[in-house]
Design a protein around this ligand. Structure first.
Ligand code: C5P
Length: 217
């Protein structure tokens, strides 16, 4: 019964795609809408949790503390500050794996004699891996968006990123993943058979996830 508040926990959720500056007016981004993280946040709030949402998507959600960030570096700074006092981290953000090595001070101009432009990228830190490596009692949830070898790749992430749960989805399938209102999840935990959930709305995924979590505590 989701009208009865019972999740008396501090929950930290990241959502949306990071935006990595190229110059003062341009960035490298991705197609993440933030919808999955927002749904996780709203359902947790409705269950009575104290929710903080770190997001790249401009939003205002009643009853949820919003921290607006742009880049992976900013997201990581906020997370490192808040993670030690949180009970659950849900890392739903689509963090850019790379960012421009140098950010131009001025808007990059096209010229008549150059038909190509090269932007050199450098690796971003893996936020989940870095932050979850410091965990003590926190319950950590990562996402894995895959286009192939879903289970194998998600299993690897469960271990390498110090996550308690990975919610994996095949983004090559219609209705699953980026920028749609539905998702099709396979839930992975250590030493347990993967659980495959049917295609459902992101709100239903969030309800099912919090039901699963409440069952464990
Ligand atoms: O490695 P991959 O991007 O597929 O892993 C997805 C999970 O790792 C998500 O939970 C995402 O938020 C997190 N991640 C991260 N830092 C990165 C890349 C991904 O925290 N640089």
């Amino acid at each position: 019964n989701f009208t009865t508040p019972k999740l008396h926990k501090k929950i930290l959720i990241t959502a949306g795609g990071t935006k990595e500056a190229i110059d003062p007016v341009r960035y490298i981004g991705n197609r993440s809408s933030g919808k999955m993280g927002f749904a996780m946040a709203k359902v947790a709030r409705d269950l009575g949790a104290e929710v903080t949402l770190i997001t790249t998507v401009a939003t205002d959600i009643p009853g949820i503390k919003i921290i607006q960030v742009q880049t992976a570096a900013e997201m990581m700074t906020q997370l490192q500050q808040l993670f030690p006092t949180t009970d659950v981290l849900i890392m739903a953000a689509a963090v850019a794996d790379f960012k421009p090595l140098n950010v131009a001070d001025q808007k990059i101009k096209k010229t008549d004699d150059e038909d190509t432009l090269t932007i050199k990228l450098t690796k971003n830190p893996d936020i989940l891996k870095t932050v979850a490596a410091t965990k003590t009692t926190q319950f950590v949830v990562g996402f894995a968006a895959e286009t192939q070898n879903l289970l194998m790749n998600a299993e690897k992430k469960l271990n390498s990123k110090h996550a308690d749960v990975i919610l994996a989805n095949n983004v090559a399938e219609a209705g699953a993943g980026f920028n749609v209102d539905t998702n099709q999840i396979t839930l992975l935990q250590k030493n347990q058979q993967p659980e495959t959930w049917p295609l459902m709305s992101k709100t239903e995924v969030a309800k099912k996830f919090w039901e699963f979590y409440l069952d464990k505590i």
